[in-house]
Design a protein around this ligand. Sequence first.
Ligand SMILES: *[C@@H]1O[C@H](CO)[C@@H](O)[C@H](O)[C@H]1NC(C)=O
Ligand SMILES: *[C@@H]1O[C@H](CO)[C@@H](O)[C@H](O)[C@H]1NC(C)=O
Ligand SMILES: *[C@@H]1O[C@H](CO)[C@@H](O)[C@H](O)[C@H]1NC(C)=O
Ligand SMILES: *[C@@H]1O[C@H](CO)[C@@H](O)[C@H](O)[C@H]1NC(C)=O
Ligand SMILES: *[C@@H]1O[C@H](CO)[C@@H](O)[C@H](O)[C@H]1NC(C)=O
Ligand SMILES: *[C@@H]1O[C@H](CO)[C@@H](O)[C@H](O)[C@H]1NC(C)=O
Length: 845
Amino acid sequence: MMSMITLILFTLLARIKSDNHTCRLIGQTGFMEFSKEGDLILGGVFSMSSTRTLIDNNYQALPYTYCTKELKFARTMIFTVEEINRDAILLPGVSLSYRVYNGCGSENLIRAAVEAISGENSKSCSDQVQALVGHSSSGVSGDMNLILSSLSVPQVSHLSTCACLSDRRLYPTFFRTVPSDRYQISGLAQLMKYFDWRWVGVIYSIGMYSEDGTADFVKEAKKEGICIEYSLPYSQISKNLFSVILDTLLESSSNVVLLFMSLSYAKSFLSEIETYKITGKQWIGTESWIMQSDLASADRKHILHGAMGFALPQASIPGLGEFLLGLKPSDEPQSALIKAFWEEFFDCSYSPSNTSTMCTGAEDLRTVSNDYTDVAYFREENNVYKAVYSVAYALHALLQCQNGSNPTTGKLCVNKNEVQPKLVLEHIKYVNFTTKNGVRVLFDEYGQSVALYDLVNWQMKEDGSAEISIIGQYDASFPKEERFILKEDVIIVWGGNSSEVPRSVCREPCPPGTRKAINKNKPVCCFDCFKCPEGTISNQTNSPDCLLCPPEFWPNENRDKCLPKPTEYLSYKEIMGALLTAFSCIGVFLALMISVIFLTHKETPIVRANNSELSFLLLFSLKLCFLCSLTFIGRPSEWSCMLRHTAFGITFVLCISCVLGKTLVVLMAFRATLPSSNVMKWFGPMQQRLTVLIFTLIQVMICILWLTINPPFPNINIDYYKEKIILECALGSAVGFWAVLGYIGLLAILCFILAFLARTLPDSFNEAKLITFSMLIFCAVWITFIPAYVSSPGKFTVAVEIFAILASSFGLLVCIFVPKCYIIIFRPEQNSKKHLMGKIPPRTI
Ligand SMILES: *[C@@H]1O[C@H](CO)[C@@H](O)[C@H](O)[C@H]1NC(C)=O
Ligand SMILES: *[C@@H]1O[C@H](CO)[C@@H](O)[C@H](O)[C@H]1NC(C)=O
Ligand SMILES: *[C@@H]1O[C@H](CO)[C@@H](O)[C@H](O)[C@H]1NC(C)=O
Ligand SMILES: *[C@@H]1O[C@H](CO)[C@@H](O)[C@H](O)[C@H]1NC(C)=O
Ligand SMILES: *[C@@H]1O[C@H](CO)[C@@H](O)[C@H](O)[C@H]1NC(C)=O
Ligand SMILES: *[C@@H]1O[C@H](CO)[C@@H](O)[C@H](O)[C@H]1NC(C)=O
């Protein structure tokens, strides 16, 4: 193909170069079908008939098929030229003429184009065309432009959509009034994105239009995050390709199929596929076939029902319908083609024959129904209309003359006889006008016009006919996100017999609570979803990352929300807190009971023995001990934290110093019974009180120091447990805490040692033994408490601490006082001085 073009081109250029005054006809002649003379000539190249062989340009062999659509384009061009000639404002005083060429097959069409630019009259160049309208096919237009551009002849195509034609280096004089496929492709990608069809298949036909288009679509889809499951070529002749397509369609998981095919391929593809049970697919078509309602048939209902695609917007052109329908063979007496069409339209014959009726030439086109006579709406014809007007406006601008120069270019004025294609080319780049039917026409730097499409939807009827309804619009003059508009309140029929928007995804989006991970070995749409790891959430679908919750928060079960962590502290309301409270109350009550019993039996020897004052003080301090355990229960506050350890420390020291006092009394009492001993004087009640006071004051001092330097404070511990917050009392100064505890321990051990020493001494009612025993309990409890306390924080630790307080308090209370109470109440006979004295071993008397 290319070599042929080059050949023609070189011959042409050689001719023009060698003798620049006379143009010679090159190549075959006789492609011209319709023409009219005037000042300036507009050429048009269409494929109204396609023959396998055109014999010497004579209408002898019956053309193979007739393309009524192309005839319609040619007639629309003529209509437009005539409309412009009637216009008083546009091109005043200049008559526009036309030459419409017909050809079929690339080779002939290029020859036709060459014929157009070389002119009718071989003697002069003045009658060559100033611009060319056509061709419909992208491939032909491209080939034609290779020749036209070398001579700077502008070409305006009404239907060549291939994006490749926007290449200004290859096709510098190419313009088009049909949007480039790039826009349609971008629109298709937007459409898929809009309905969230992320996993699609493409079937395309052989040829520049669909191969290039598919390649561009794949690129565009990738940009929009749409994945192509398969992209398969189709050709009528290859059974192999078709069976691959069929297998893929049956097995594929994607539900959306883009059929990127030129019309003839779409026709044959549909007739092949219709016999197979391919269901559940949403078909998407390209502009080349999506408006062809004659593709519909009852057998294809399951495929075409719900098909969608972009179509050129429909337009109305006043007067064009009547013009087209008013065509009579007598209007174009030289045109054999019209006669041929006539024979086809009316099934009559111009050549005498005994089978068919003779054509009269007076038949009315309104009585037949085909592509040509369908004048309800115009879509592609509007592009021809715009193409002719754009040339006219360019000529108009070129012929403007003000003060001797052209207002647009500032160059010298051009007379209508001096017009050259090169000059028209200069002006056509800048046309900017609105047609009579309200469409703005202007070309961008690539010769493209503004893209506007209707989104159409096939709604098949029972009888197999299709109603193609407009459900939306795509306007490329808007910013990318606003280009695609779906009409409101229209019924949309979905493919695959689906009552709602079909789903077509490789993977459903990752729900909140999971993280999307792209698998490197698969398309991006076939990602994996992983559950968010512990402590993290994702609150959006398809979240690429899981976010860490803030420190005070913790993910819920679904890991899609951060909830405040539950707080934990020992409360009165829970069973453990309530039980401990009850025990401490029981302790207070018991201590109170014992106090009452002791008070009522104040005068009995057992109470009086071993210093009753210390006994009452001990009972009092034990009550405080029980009560101080209550400060550990409940939500930690500033006060409760300060109170907790200090109250505990002081009351326990008070308690133990009382016990210590008692032990000392026992020890002293023994010494006192020894001769020459005056110890009792040294350790009278006064000294006992002082001892207790001093021991307690030391603890008070420690506590004051602790509170002033670094007091305990309520703390929110979020670090220890991941899933909960511990409300605790921080120690402030650990030294303070351990000093308080250590001091208690010191006193307790001292007390224990003294009591141990005194345990064998004969005292009244074995008090020393009981004290030893109680101190043993005390120390054991606190030694077991320390590891528990040092380990995990939380309410159980607090509970253990309370338990230790209660246990040691109960230990003291029970060991020291209960035996005495028993004697007071149940063995009153033992509660006598005599009995007491009797217990003292004889040695001491
Ligand atoms: C036309 O050809 C002649 C020679 O044949 C040459 O002198 C002249 O410059 C050419 N004119 C143009 C415009 O090329
Ligand atoms: C026309 O009729 C003649 C005889 O009546 C017959 O021989 C001839 O085949 C017919 N032509 C056609 C085209 O049917
Ligand atoms: C032509 O030029 C003259 C002076 O340069 C100016 O006065 C006049 O208005 C111009 N006419 C037009 C139609 O621009
Ligand atoms: C085309 O003309 C319209 C109105 O006359 C104007 O608003 C618009 O900017 C023009 N466009 C270009 C590209 O010159
Ligand atoms: C479409 O769906 C309707 C009801 O949902 C059912 O009756 C009909 O058979 C389906 N058609 C096809 C082709 O599956
Ligand atoms: C998701 O979480 C982020 C950060 O926590 C927050 O800013 C955003 O508002 C949340 N979005 C939704 C939809 O909850």
